[in-house]
Design a binder for this molecule. Sequence first.
Ligand code: C2E
Ligand code: MG
Ligand code: MG
Length: 271
Amino acid sequence: MPALPARRPGASLEQALRQAVDRQELQVHYQPIFSLAHGRTLEVEALLRWRKDGAQVSAADFIPVAERTGLILKLGTWVLEQACRQVARWQREIAGAEHLVASVNLSGRQFQHAGLVDEIRRVLVRTGLSPEYLNLEITETVSIEDCEIASRTLRTLRDCGIRLAIDDFGTGYSSLSYLKHFPVDSLKIDRSFVCSIERDPRDAAIVQGVTALAGALGLQVTAEGIESHAQWVRLRELGCNRGQGYLYARPMTAEDLEPVLRKSLSLKAAA
Ligand code: C2E
Ligand code: MG
Ligand code: MG
């Protein structure tokens, strides 16, 4: 019997993901980003969810497949549209949500796509969200080698009024180069620096340093992955004023998040 051709690793996941995209089986969940001073929600981050055969597939597993296969282009536009439409609706319907921001992850692959800026503009028009209420999170997978092209694209987005954030800040090899070359508005301090912050003086020093640097550059800072009250308190002591994490709220469906938002946005002061 002839030997079967060797299957490429991840091929079955790729096939299943293609089917799931075609059958519209993916969902967008939302996680609040909030003021550490007042507990008021400032933004919501859109996070893709895929339920396959009754079990969640981790985004850390399927997003790289989507990136490798190019599926992320279709998926990314879909997430962007869902998030912009949802936040525009919340802005209209929830008291105090007028300035709520939609935060959407943008992969390096989307970034290389020549039509990206026009696509984003079209989504904003279709959904009725003003550009200043869209924040795009980029990671250091956006190649610094293509610095010229990347910074031109980012400047065009910025000129449209869209906000830009560096996600997972501190985990790449060129974080400071990003700050030098790219016109960003905020940094998200990676969860790995937050998880031991109340015990590890080095993490505390890193967070304090990044917060001071961001302050000097006029950027906002968000701490990712806050899971305990002690971390929240320590982050505030170190000068960080925005956060995201399971302690406050997990990512959830728009429907489940709505009452959380209504409660949070009724709080008066904002950071
Ligand atoms: P990210 O953009 O850094 O998103 C934050 C991740 O941290 C999310 O994981 C979120 O569920 C998780 N998280 C939030 N708070 C906590 C916490 O307190 N503790 C812990 N342990 N985790 C927390 P998720 O949803 O699994 O996504 C993983 C990554 O996949 C994202 O990291 C992002 O890079 C990527 N991703 C997710 N959705 C999209 C998307 O629509 N487009 C693109 N391009 N990437 C996406
Ligand atoms: Mg993100
Ligand atoms: Mg992150």
